[in-house]
Design a protein around this ligand. Structure first.
Ligand SMILES: NC(=O)c1ccc[n+]([C@@H]2O[C@H](COP(=O)([O-])OP(=O)(O)OC[C@H]3O[C@@H](n4cnc5c(N)ncnc54)[C@H](OP(=O)(O)O)[C@@H]3O)[C@@H](O)[C@H]2O)c1
Length: 257
């Protein structure tokens, strides 16, 4: 029960990686504040967390691109739990496009969630994280570390998350707040599904190709990302800050020929 009593705010908890992160922390005694848009799936996550963790999570449906919702998320969390120990900025979207095809609307949509909303939520959480000497874990991507064709705005947004992580780690080190990111490879979730049609490739084929693109020979599972996030959030990582940690089956290290 290494997170017993710790208050953990997780965005994107209604789906895939965020849900796995919520279960992982719940099973180790944490008190959870869960955010997502889809109320039904968010409530399902919360119910299952309560079953494994015996503590009822706080559920806050919020569109994080809406500043009022973001403010309300922090307010509701503090009103309910009085503190925040760990912030997991996980919510994110992916859209395809190159410099020739990505519209400004798409660019803004991606940056508004992946970068701006994480910035806003973190800004509002920092005063409480200072009090708790807390931890921030950002969910980034191998796309932040390397250039992949056809995902320009997404790649850029995750590179911004990585720089945000490093800069925050320096800025907040005097408060003993640690800030790290996990840089995820392909994981079996809904995130990638939307792009496969446009690539003229079935989702299964897309995942099968991960055998070649990931040195460990497969795509990852949300639980594997959750374990890495929990490590960075735990005292086991007490001397780790400013790190962009690839959790990607080695994908960051390869250059496919
Ligand atoms: N899956 C991968 O292969 C992969 C690879 C690299 C990085 N990542 C990163 O991992 C993170 C989680 O991705 P995932 O694969 O779990 O994706 P996912 O299944 O599509 O889940 C995305 C989550 O973000 C939430 N979300 C979307 N728009 C939002 C908004 N405006 N306000 C608040 N929440 C919003 C969704 O809420 P609702 O479902 O309630 O709408 C959902 O909970 C993302 O940051 C993604 O970039 C994933």
């Amino acid at each position: 029960m290494e997170f017993e009593g710790k208050v953990i705010l997780i965005t994107g908890a209604s789906s895939a990686i965020g849900t796995a992160v919520a279960f992982y922390f719940a099973s180790r005694g944490a008190k959870l504040s869960l955010c997502g848009i889809n109320e039904e799936t968010l409530n399902k996550t919360a119910e299952r967390c309560e079953l494994v963790g015996k503590v009822k999570p706080l559920v806050v449906t919020s569109d994080l691109t809406n500043a009022d919702d973001t403010t309300n998320l922090i307010r509701a969390t503090i009103t309910y739990f009085l503190t925040i120990d760990v912030l997991v900025n996980n919510a994110g979207i992916l859209e395809t496009g190159s410099i020739e095809t990505t519209t400004l609307e798409q660019f803004d949509r991606i940056f508004n969630l992946n970068v701006r909303s994480a910035y806003h939520l973190t800004m509002l959480a920092v005063p409480y994280l200072i009090q708790s000497e807390g931890v921030i874990v950002n969910v980034s991507s191998v796309n932040g570390l390397k250039a992949f064709p056809g995902l320009l705005a997404y790649n850029m947004s995750k590179a911004a998350v990585d720089q945000f992580t490093r800069c925050l780690a320096i800025e907040l080190s005097d408060y003993r707040i640690r800030v790290n990111s996990v840089n995820v490879g392909i994981v079996v979730t809904d995130l990638e599904k939307g792009i496969t049609d446009k690539l003229d490739e079935s989702y299964l084929l897309f995942l099968r190709r991960s055998k070649e693109t990931h040195p460990l020979g497969r795509a990852g599972f949300p639980e594997e990302i959750a374990r890495a996030i929990a490590f960075l959030a735990s005292d086991k990582a007490s001397f780790v800050t400013g790190v962009n940690l690839p959790v990607d089956g080695g994908r960051h290290a390869t250059s496919l020929r």
